[in-house]
Structure formats: structure tokens, C-alpha cells
Design a protein around this ligand. Structure first.
Ligand SMILES: [Fe+2]
Length: 389
């Protein structure tokens, strides 16, 4: 049973979340406690990460049979692995013997072997080896396969759901394809993947990637000049927000590297040939699709004030095949790293302020419509979750 002070706090939070509206120009932001409070994070994980679909990464992170990653999806240890017939599989990373974590990190394997007592599963999660179990009465190994989660892919992005019966990924993503189809992203190749941790809430990391407001203040000498006023944010039907903006040259290159620009992807035409589509697939995947490159981030909560970030950079397959690619791509990596390094100190400052009990809900600028769209989506999901508990 909740104590009296907790009841007051949750009712305050509910009131604050209910004030968040779809119109950015009329809405306050997400309550600051949602970026700093451990109890709220637990609610968030149930309401946001354990429902619907969560992006695992680009499908080509696991190209070969046996390629695997041990991931943490909303506090759940998960194994992602490519099986022998080329399907991407996801299993609970908990041995069916006494629940030890089986794998950590990334790598390639031909079986999933728990190091504790050597219970061993094939790449479809079936239990194959179980030493010294002869005397176990009525022990049927077929009943001790790994718990499996649904996995589905769209445009080269792979998703997992921790729900028993999730909606089809197509329904979840709605009209995603009509905005991103021209890029032909399922034919793009990941050329660099990096993982790191940041001392900020997972939401703030993704928010800064999705707004033009901070560009002149935070990136005055690096990338601000690239971005004139963007188009209005698109009205969409799926669990994402997206906004296109024309750019001055290649958005993924600094001013002094524009002569290193790689060609636009086949299939792009008109304004798509010189611009960037910034998309946030809820809850925690965001990417920028430019005419020549894609850079994306996934941010996973480690705690309320720390997140683990996966950064992936991709190019069209035909671009990667160019002889000039290897020399030119360095300039793309440099631009993306520079912008990120400029953002990071501001995220740390923001987190310090968010932790204060005197932090209050703010207001959005018209240059933050995608952040506001997420805020509304998030608030509605949290309210639904709080109602269920
Ligand atoms: Fe930035």
C-alpha cells in the first residue's frame, strides 16, 4: 500500500502529465521529475519499454549466423542472435536452469551456452545440453527452451517487443514508409557502430537531436549554418514524429569538408536530394536521413540520470562500394562526433537542473515540435500506465 506522501506525489505527477497537449505552442513540457526520479523510471519502463515495439538496431549489426549481442531492453537482459536460416531471434538472457545470465557483450557463437552449469541452447533457443540431469523426474528438455520475444524489421531497422501479443509492427509504425520509402533504407549499410554512456536521462539525449532551437547557441561555428528554417513537422499516423528540412549542402559534413560529399542515394528526387529528415521512432530510436548518409541513436535508460547510447552511421550500399568512400567517410564521422561533443556538456548541465525539486514544467519554442509531439505521446502512455497500476 502506498504511503500518504507517495499518493500526493503520484497525483501531482498525474496532473502535470495531463497538462501536456499535442500543440507545442500551448503545451508545457514533460514534468522534470520524469527525468530524475527512480520510482517514476520504474513506471516508465513498464508503460513505455515493456509495451509496443523497441528498436534493437540496424538489422545488419547481426549479418552472419551466430552473430549476437546481449542487450538490456528496459531492465530485461536479452540475447539478439542470427539463427541458422538467417532469421533474427531474441531471447530472454536468463538460463532455464537457475536463471543465470547466459551471454554478455557482442560476438559470434554456434550455440548459447550458460557458463554456470553448461546448459546449452541452439540458435533457436532449444535446450540441447543439460549435464547430469538423468535423475530429474519428468524432466522434459523441450519444455525448457529460452523465453522468446517477437522480432520484426522495417527499412533495415529491427525491433523487439516484450509484450505477449504486440500489435503488428506495420500497425505500430503506421505511415512510416510513406515518409522514408524514397531513401530505400533497407539497402543501406552500417559502417560504424559505437556504444557509450552519458550522465543524462535517455529522453534528453534524444530530444536534443530533434530540435533546431539550440543550433545557434550550441553549434554556432560547426553545423548551425547548415540548417535554414525547417519544414513544419509532419502529421503522421504511427508511433513516431518526423520533420524534414532542406540544408545548405551536405548536413553530415562540416563547411570545410563539403568538397568531400558523397552522392545522393539512388531513388531520391527533388528536395530530398539536399536535406535531412529527422525522425524519432518512439520510444528511443532517432535518426537523421540525409541524401547521402544516415546517423542514428538509440538511448536506453540505465538509471533515471544515466543512459547507454548506441550510435550507428550508415550509407547506401552503392556509396560504400565507391573507391573514394574510405577517404571521404572520415569527414562524415568527424562532423557527427563534433556535433555530439558539442551537445554533451549541455546535456550534463540540463540533468543537474532536472534533478532539483524546484525544477518545473517549461514551455516549448515553435522550433521544437518533434520534442513536443514526443512529450504528448509519452504523457498519454504514462497516464495509461498509471491508470493500470
Ligand atoms: Fe545539437
Amino acid at each position: 500500500m502506498q504511503s500518504q506522501p507517495e499518493l500526493i506525489r503520484w497525483s501531482e505527477l498525474t496532473e502535470q502529465l495531463a497538462k501536456v497537449l499535442p500543440d507545442p505552442n500551448s503545451s508545457p513540457g514533460i514534468p522534470p521529475a520524469c527525468y530524475a526520479d527512480t520510482e517514476i523510471l520504474k513506471q516508465e519502463i513498464n508503460a513505455i519499454f515493456h509495451r509496443g515495439w523497441v528498436c534493437l538496431g540496424r538489422s545488419d549489426r547481426w549479418v552472419n549466423t551466430g552473430d549476437y549481442s546481449a542487450m538490456d531492453i528496459g531492465g530485461i537482459p536479452v540475447i539478439v542472435v542470427r539463427n541458422k536460416v538467417g532469421e533474427l531471434k531474441a531471447f530472454a538472457n536468463s538460463c532455464r536452469h537457475r536463471s543465470s545470465r547466459i551471454l554478455s557483450g557482442d560476438g559470434n557463437c554456434n550455440k548459447l551456452k550458460c557458463p554456470f552449469h553448461w546448459w546449452t541452447y541452439d540458435l533457436d533457443g532449444k535446450l540441447k545440453v543439460y549435464p547430469r540431469m538423468e535423475k530429474a523426474v519428468d524432466f522434459n528438455p523441450d519444455e525448457f527452451g529460452l523465453v522468446e520475444f517477437p522480432v520484426a524489421s522495417q527499412d533495415g531497422f529491427s525491433f523487439i517487443s516484450l509484450e505477449n501479443r504486440p500489435p503488428p509492427l506495420n500497425d505500430w509504425l503506421g505511415d512510416f514508409e510513406s515518409f522514408h520509402g524514397p531513401w530505400g533504407l533497407d539497402q543501406w549499410v552500417s559502417t560504424r557502430v559505437r556504444e557509450f554512456e552519458v550522465d543524462c536521462n535517455w529522453k534528453t539525449f534524444i530530444e536534443v537531436f530533434n530540435e533546431y532551437y539550440h543550433l545557434p547557441m550550441v553549434h554556432p561555428d560547426s553545423i548551425d549554418w547548415l540548417y535554414p528554417e525547417p519544414d513544419a513537422v509532419d502529421e503522421v499516423s504511427g508511433q513516431f514524429t518526423t520533420q524534414f528540412g532542406a540544408t545548405e549542402g551536405a548536413a553530415a559534413l562540416m563547411a570545410d569538408s563539403q568538397d568531400q560529399a558523397l552522392p545522393a542515394a539512388n531513388g531520391l528526387s527533388g528536395r530530398d536530394c539536399c536535406g535531412t529528415r529527422y525522425t524519432w521512432v518512439y520510444p528511443n530510436l532517432t535518426f537523421a536521413a540525409s541524401q547521402d548518409s544516415l546517423w542514428m541513436y538509440q538511448a536506453f535508460p540505465l538509471s533515471a540520470d544515466r543512459c547507454r547510447v548506441l550510435q550507428t552511421i550508415c550509407f547506401p550500399a552503392e556509396t560504400v562500394a565507391l573507391s573514394a568512400f574510405e577517404n571521404r567517410v572520415i569527414h562524415y564521422y568527424d562532423r557527427i562526433d563534433t556535433a555530439l561533443n558539442e551537445d554533451l556538456p549541455f546535456l550534463l548541465q540540463q540533468q543537474i537542473g532536472l534533478k532539483s525539486k524546484f525544477a518545473k514544467q517549461g514551455r516549448f519554442s515553435a522550433l521544437e515540435p518533434s520534442v513536443a509531439k514526443f512529450a504528448y505521446w509519452y504523457s498519454q502512455r504514462m497516464l495509461e500506465g498509471l491508470e493500470r497500476t
